[in-house]
Design a protein around this ligand. Structure first.
Ligand code: ISE
Length: 334
């Protein structure tokens, strides 16, 4: 029998998950689409086959004919929905962030630990992206020696909302880098410093962070959510003997009028489509077998991203180098 998945939130990411489940995830069935706006849920359900429609996420989570849940609703709703999934023993793939604060993520961790099994996968999809995977394997296979530094650039065409702030660049955009750099380096962070350049127009400007890991490596992250020209993510890992950079997949190059050009995407969806598919496939495997992905982020990783973001916001406000301190990691995540 197919694994019956409910999607909560039929916005930009919910629509992508629906499309992947209905077209590219053999063994999975989109059972219910839930959204506060019924028309939006209906439109997605229709586009993806014949899923049921609901506006009540808690009754969806409780349904006997729902085996697993994908949470893609607004950020502030994630924590409560994930808690409900844990209560109903439903494995859940939650878009980042797990919760708005580290303290709330810890409550989820406590509930999960009480179940004595992992229930929550976090949508930090970059871990599944081929370019990051190759970067990690270059490091793990000792091709470039010990890692020393990692540079990260994360640029969006424009902010997702008009009232987006520099703090939100740290709490909403940078967690992707916080998570993937920590995953690749295999080291926790110790300190963070945050800066914002002066000048430019009245839109929210870039934020530049420098992290120091417990193993002594440096990680810098530029977040620019008003880059204007295109969606652009770059990264380079520098080791003792060499360096490895991420390439963005570009399928064609245009030669025209004495110039050569490639195109940027408008946003992240095309860039990470394959990563999302792999991530969802690992989630399906987890639901079907109980075996948690070796690559995916879990609740603890979601909590670590919160802790780093909170320290990053403090560093920006105080212009100080802020210590990053984690709670004790429960054995469930070791
Ligand atoms: C957005 O919020 C996301 O979560 C995307 O994954 C990320 O790549 C994008 O830059 C963010 O704005």
């Amino acid at each position: 029998m197919n694994t019956r998945i409910a999607i909560i939130g039929a916005g930009i990411m919910g629509a992508d998950h629906g499309d992947i489940i209905s077209k590219e995830l053999p063994g999975a069935k989109l059972q219910v689409v839930c959204d506060a706006f019924e028309e939006r849920a209906t439109a997605l359900a229709k586009a993806c086959g014949d899923a049921d429609v609901s506006t009540d996420p808690y009754s969806v989570i409780a349904r006997k004919d729902v085996d697993a849940v994908i949470v893609a609703s607004p950020d502030h709703t994630h924590a409560e929905l994930v808690m409900a999934c844990i209560e109903h023993n439903k494995p859940v793939l939650c878009e980042k962030p797990l919760a708005p604060t580290a303290a709330e993520s810890l409550k989820i961790i406590k509930a999960e630990v009480a179940c004595t099994k992992q229930m929550v996968q976090i949508g930090f999809m970059r871990r599944f992206d081929q370019s990051y995977r190759e970067m990690k394997s270059v490091l793990d296979n000792n091709v470039i020696g010990q890692p020393l530094m990692m540079h990260n650039f994360h640029r969006n065409v424009e902010t997702p909302a008009a009232d987006f702030t520099a703090d939100m660049a740290i709490t909403n955009s940078a967690p992707h880098e916080f998570d993937v750099a920590r995953f690749i380096l295999g080291s926790e962070y110790k300190f963070i410093s945050s800066f914002s350049p002066k000048g430019g127009n009245d839109k929210v400007g870039p934020v530049f962070m420098v992290l120091e890991t417990q193993a002594g490596q440096l990680v810098n992250i530029e977040i620019n959510n008003n880059a204007s020209y295109g969606y652009d993510v770059r990264g380079e890992l520098i080791g003792e003997k060499g360096a490895v950079s991420l390439n963005s997949p570009t399928y064609t190059t245009l030669d025209l009028k004495l110039s050569k050009s490639t195109q940027y995407a408008q946003d992240w969806r095309a860039r990470y489509r394959e990563a999302y598919r792999r991530q969802n496939n690992d989630f399906l495997h987890f639901v079907q077998t109980g075996e948690f992905s070796k690559i995916a982020s879990n609740s603890w990783d979601g909590y670590c991203a919160n802790v780093t973001a909170e320290a990053g916001v403090k560093a920006l406000a105080t212009s100080e180098r802020v210590a990053i301190e984690y709670a004790q990691m429960p054995a469930l995540y070791k």
